[in-house]
Ligand binder design. Structure first.
Ligand SMILES: Cc1cc2nc3c(=O)[nH]c(=O)nc-3n(C[C@H](O)[C@H](O)[C@H](O)COP(=O)(O)OP(=O)(O)OC[C@H]3O[C@@H](n4cnc5c(N)ncnc54)[C@H](O)[C@@H]3O)c2cc1C
Ligand code: FES
Length: 261
């Protein structure tokens, strides 16, 4: 159940170019969150960033009652977040959203992450009971790479791609998935990243008849289903399309449901 919380920041540190890690003490989030969920953060007390900013939960430490977020500085809200200091309070609502389907029947899984989309997938790998876990991570360039060791420790294998070829395979992470898809017999593919990447992963999954879940990123207002800012077009059971709310019906959807345009 989501709650409005005022929690203490344990630490904020730079993790890669323009990306920060924030550790927050929260018994409620660490004991209730599931992979794929997010928190909606009030970044400042003033009027500079009135709307809360959604950020995925990257990992939880249930024993110690804390969790980690990673965020990229994009605009006013995330800039103010990066300036927070340990010991300050953080005003959050969470955990929000639905989370990934981690059914134990999914024994062979692939996780496909692009850029800031990798963060909820680390939490997923931590909690998944799958026997084979193959991770495919894509970045623009080596400067944005982070958490590789953490992914390696939690995966059966890890492959990386960069668009400029500065690390791993040159090209898109979806090329790596496509290369392995026939030999791997995945039961489930989980993806989080930019829209074109999600569309491509969804096409690959559909072509090979593999179940796939995608975490959609959409501009948000309230974060809990009240304002309709985060509408996303999906297919209904009868094949017609309709709009759902990414914040409360998602952010995770079966890829077949999403109308990729
Ligand atoms: C479910 C979900 C999980 C996310 N998880 C992460 C994460 O783990 N790490 C991370 O770095 N980023 C994440 N994002 C993106 C992050 O919310 C935006 O980068 C952030 O809101 C930008 O705010 P800003 O004030 O810095 O930028 P501005 O561009 O100044 O923001 C202006 C407004 O647009 C909204 N907005 C801008 N970009 C986005 C976006 N991409 N998605 C949603 N709203 C946006 C802001 O919330 C704000 O209301 C996530 C987004 C969603 C929807
Ligand atoms: S952000 Fe308000 S309904 Fe989704």
């Amino acid at each position: 159940m989501s709650k409005l919380l005022r929690e203490v920041i344990i630490g904020v540190e730079k993790a890669a170019k323009g990306i920060y890690r924030m550790t927050v003490a929260s018994a409620h989030i660490s004991s209730n969150a599931v992979p794929g969920q997010f928190v909606n953060i009030k970044c400042c007390d003033g009027t500079q960033a009135l709307l809360r900013r959604p950020v995925s939960i990257c990992s939880v430490d249930r024993a110690e009652g804390k969790f980690d977020l990673y965020f990229q500085v994009k605009g006013t809200g995330t800039e103010m977040l990066a300036r927070k200091k340990s010991g300050e309070f953080l005003d959050i609502i969470g955990p929000l959203g639905n989370g990934f389907d981690l059914d134990i029947a999914h024994r062979r899984i692939a996780v496909v992450g692009g850029g800031i989309g990798i963060f909820p997938l680390l939490f997923l790998l931590n909690e998944s009971k799958a026997v084979v876990k193959r991770s495919y991570l894509g970045f623009r360039s080596s400067e944005q790479i982070l958490l590789l060791e953490e992914f390696r420790q939690r995966s059966t294998s890890l492959e990386t791609a960069t668009e400029d070829g500065s690390f791993g395979t040159k090209g898109f992470v979806t090329d790596l998935l496509e290369r392995d898809i026939l030999s791997e017999e995945f039961d489930m593919i989980y993806a989080c990243g930019p829209y074109p990447m999600l569309r491509k992963v969804s096409e690959i999954a559909e072509k090979h008849g593999i179940r796939c879940q995608v975490s959609m990123e959409q501009r948000m207002g309230c974060g809990f289903g009240a304002c309709l800012t985060c509408a996303c077009k999906t297919y209904a059971d009868d094949g017609t399309s309709h709009y759902v709310r990414v914040c409360s019906d998602g952010p995770v959807f079966n890829s077949k449901e999403v109308v990729f345009e």
